[in-house]
Design a protein around this ligand. Structure first.
Ligand code: AMP
Length: 287
């Protein structure tokens, strides 16, 4: 497994592989890997075949964190990540430093951003205003650096995957985006690097996101069509049964357009964000 920490080294490797006719699959991550990430690596391997090359990027991207968020304390463990990725037969890891990705200070250095301006406005974009601009910018950079034929993202971040698919289409990136299913803990909590923050009783309370998704699914199954505002009120009540949980948002929407729906029926997508203690968790599923 090759480890590239500079853009030049990663681009050299990608160019060499492309010249040799190997397909490249990229899995962008922020590290502190779990089984969810590793499932994306396996999807990437399947997409490019055994003669293809799988690249995993590990980079905690400062541009997608607001100053009040957890950038500096986001969990990091590169040594462990590399061990896990070696075990998966990954061909290369791209793990750059901040100065490599965003050189210079803001005024004198990096000053070009990519922004999707429709799907990014609601849900995560409303709660975290500069977040998607940071995501699309870094992912566009990673596409130019690793030059993938296929890029794999998780359904766990449903809106992010939709925004990236739109960016790829709008800016004509010559690659295919694959979205892979959410991997969960045994009790239904979606795997996330941020689950590490859930200490003591918070870990147990965090399962309430899964319970909210299940409750909405049963409501829709029972009544065929339910009003979104009634369902939202029920979800809020359910979340608040946990002493340290607070609903940030819950939305019901068309999975293709992300347009909110007033009447929720089978096939609608549900997404929610919940603070459990100080940790903000997200989850989603199709109803
Ligand atoms: P992150 O490191 O959190 O930025 O995530 C990197 C990629 O892994 C993103 O495409 C996520 O959607 C995906 N991912 C994160 N958690 C999961 C999970 N539990 N199951 C599947 N994919 C995931």
């Amino acid at each position: 497994m090759q480890i590239a920490s500079t853009i030049a080294a990663m681009q050299r490797l990608a160019r060499k592989w492309r010249r040799a006719g190997a397909a490249i699959g990229l899995v962008p991550t922020m590290g502190y890997l779990h089984q969810g990430h590793l499932s994306l690596v396996r999807v990437a391997r399947k997409s490019v075949g055994k003669h293809g090359k799988v690249v995993v990027s590990i980079y905690v991207n400062p541009a997608q964190f607001a100053p009040t968020e957890d950038f500096s304390k986001y969990p990091r463990d590169l040594k462990r990540d590399l061990r896990l990725l070696r075990g998966e037969g990954v061909d290369a890891v791209f793990a750059p430093a901040d100065a490599e990705m965003y050189p210079g200070d803001v005024a004198a250095g990096f000053s070009t951003y990519v922004a999707e301006e429709n799907l990014s406005k609601i849900m995560e974009g409303a709660s975290r205003p500069a977040h998607f601009r940071g995501v699309t910018t870094v992912v566009a950079k990673l596409f130019n650096i690793a030059q993938p034929d296929v890029a794999v993202f998780g359904q766990k971040d449903f809106q992010q995957a939709a925004v990236i698919q739109r960016m790829v289409r709008d800016l004509n990136f010559p690659l295919r985006v694959v979205v892979a299913p959410t991997v969960r803990e045994a009790d239904g909590l979606a795997m996330s690097s941020r689950n590490k923050y859930l200490e003591g009783g918070l870990r147990r309370q965090a399962v309430v996101l899964r319970r909210a998704l299940d409750a909405a699914r049963s409501a829709v199954k029972k009544s065929k069509k339910v009003s979104a505002s009634a369902l939202k009120a029920d979800v809020k009540k359910l979340i608040e049964t946990e002493p340290d949980a607070r609903l940030d948002y819950v939305e019901f929407f068309d999975p293709e357009t992300l347009m909110p729906v007033a009447g929720v029926s089978a096939g609608a997508q549900m997404a929610l964000a919940v603070f459990v203690g100080k940790t903000r968790l997200i989850d989603n599923q199709q109803l």
